[in-house]
Ligand binder design. Structure first.
Ligand code: N01
Length: 524
């Protein structure tokens, strides 16, 4: 629905609502499509030379999605031709590219520019956005009424501070910066980390390398899904193509499973008798099911089994999908190393117990700096106060994960506490956030507001409830370390709400929760 451009007695000129979106991945594209449909002018700024965000940057072998694709795609752009239930990176990237073309968004994107700083000017109620070419060069400033960040949470690789890392003479790279020029065939390869990236990359390279040493600091739980490696059957493709609403029904089922499915198993039962291992009955049943799968896969290798069964409850860290991980560990050319790394030398990784693994290549599957949200951009709100000052080093907070007091006309997609850790599609979350932001912008245009800012008490009450809810969930379990939390053990990244709850929370923009001002007037 296009915005009804009310003739504005307060003087906000028609067309004064220019929006800058930072990021041309799934989230930025979604925002652009909706703004275009509303008739609101916008520009998307993208640091890379083309679209795709995380699906452009992560190019490691085996890179794929682990949310079913019929849900991990836009509700308004269903793709009935997914070849797999869990598609590989190239097919997902093609889908994103196709949407950019189909909705004619590419011409709104400025590629190869990084936003270094955005500052809100209270006199004009506009954001001044400073950009510079990604390849280096002179800075430039853009002005807009509203700023929307769509930069994701998982875009700055976490490089571990292992002593001697810089001494290594061979190739060394992070999974999200995969060096395709480095041949791995016949090489001795070290992979540090056993999270979602390693779970996909290691089994993909294991058959070609001479030796693969996987360095596991903590084991992760991984679930078996019979569809994970399957292509979509001809029967399903036919149904998707020919039966009305079949695609929506499939999507709804996946939504419902992600919404309700295992949410109960994440809640701490204070009376539970084995709190180290599980949280409640449902969580314990999950533990038994997962353990049974690993037992079957490792058939009798008790040493390996003892190393890979986590000591913390299921869902404490992100639940992985078994990508033939356990079978890979049984390969004769694969070693699972669980001792602590002491240091790295020019050609080896030395363990704390003195053992040495000589390797040719080191791959860091060590994750991302998720809690340092929006970094390295500097966002300065009212009074010049930066978001870093408001959040500290690693304590991001926002109302609904979208907006923060002191930062008028500023909206985030995939902001604090919006990551999904219990099933569901992050694209669904993006769509909830985009719909909410569009309603806020519509409110501004139709009411002639120059600025709009969430009330601090609304923000604080929401975050209080969120913290209380997270405290009763598996992520704050004392046996669990993860990137879902900051150094103070507060969950900053992940959403505690079921999909349905978040959909309801963001369904209607409530004007009373915001302060607003028409041009030249004080905030009310
Ligand atoms: O990163 P991670 P990831 N010494 O942080 C270990 C998304 N994603 O890139 O568990 C030794 O999960 C660390 O050990 P520990 C998805 O949301 C999605 O794998 O902290 N080890 C851990 O094993 C995912 O959750 C897909 O003890 C060190 C690993 O490195 C998120 O990205 C695919 C270490 C990091 O795991 C991040 O996944 C891929 C050190 N100093 C990624 N530092 C899909 O399928 C860290 N580790 C959609």
């Amino acid at each position: 629905r296009a915005v009804h451009w009310r003739r504005d007695p307060a003087g906000l000129p028609v067309g004064a609502m220019q929006v800058v979106i930072v990021g041309a991945g799934f989230a930025g594209l979604c925002m652009g499509i909706r703004l275009k449909q509303m008739g609101i002018p916008f520009t998307i700024l993208e640091k890379n030379p083309t679209v795709g965000g995380t699906w452009l940057e992560n190019r490691y072998p085996g890179c794929a999605v682990d949310t079913p694709n019929h849900f991990f795609s836009y509700s308004f752009a269903p793709n009935h031709a997914w070849t797999r239930h869990f598609s590989q990176r190239p097919e997902i990237h093609r889908y994103i590219e196709d949407c950019f073309e189909r909705f004619d968004i590419r011409r709104y994107v400025r590629f190869g520019v990084e936003v270094t700083r955005a500052a809100f000017d209270e006199a004009t109620a506009r954001w001044a956005v400073t950009i510079r070419p990604s390849a280096g060069g002179a800075e430039e400033s853009l002005s807009c009424r509203a700023l929307v960040t769509a930069v994701g949470q998982l875009n700055r690789p976490a490089i571990p501070s292992i002593p001697g890392l810089d001494d290594f003479k061979g190739p060394l790279f992070h999974t999200a910066r995969w060096d395709e020029a480095v041949p791995l065939a016949g090489k001795r390869v070290a992979m540090i980390g056993t999270g979602a990236s390693a779970m996909q990359a290691a089994p993909a390279i294991a058959p070609e390398v001479a030796e693969l040493v996987v360095f596991q600091r903590t084991p992760h739980w991984a679930v078996h899904n019979p569809n994970y490696h399957k292509t979509v059957s001809a029967g399903n493709l036919w149904c998707l193509e020919h039966i009305p609403y079949f695609g929506q029904w499939l999507r709804f089922q996946l939504f419902w499973a992600g919404s309700d499915g295992f949410h109960a198993s994440l809640q701490v039962d204070p009376d539970w008798t084995q709190p180290d291992l599980s949280l409640n009955e449902a969580n314990h049943r999950m533990r038994e099911m997962l353990t049974e799968h690993v037992r079957k896969e490792l058939a009798g290798d008790e040493d390996l089994l003892a190393k890979v069964i986590p000591g913390y409850p299921p869902y404490g860290k992100r639940m992985l999908r078994d990508n033939h991980w356990y079978r890979m560990l049984k390969r004769p050319n694969v070693t699972l190393e669980t001792a602590q790394i002491e240091r790295i030398t020019e050609n080896a990784i030395v363990m704390r117990d003195g053992r040495v693994h000589e390797v040719d290549v080191i791959i860091l599957a060590t994750g991302f700096q998720a809690s340092k949200m929006l970094a390295p951009m500097e966002i300065a709100g009212r009074g010049g106060r930066t978001i870093r000052a408001a959040w500290g080093e690693d304590d991001p907070r926002a109302y609904l994960g979208i907006t923060a007091p002191g930062f008028p006309n500023f909206f985030m997609i995939y902001g604090p506490n919006t990551n999904l850790a219990h099933g569901g599609s992050i694209i669904f979350h993006h769509e909830c956030q985009v719909r909410y932001i569009c309603q806020a912008l519509r409110e501004m245009v139709e009411e002639g507001y120059a600025s709009l800012e969430v009330r601090p008490e609304v923000h604080d009450a929401y975050n209080h409830l969120l913290d209380e809810t997270c405290r009763r969930m598996v992520w704050t379990h004392p046996g669990v370390t993860s990137w879902y939390k900051n150094k103070a053990n507060r969950v900053t990244v992940t959403s505690p709400w079921r999909l349905l709850d978040y959909w309801k929370l963001t369904q209607h923009f409530v004007p009373a929760e915001f302060r607003a001002a028409r041009p030249g007037e004080p905030m009310q």
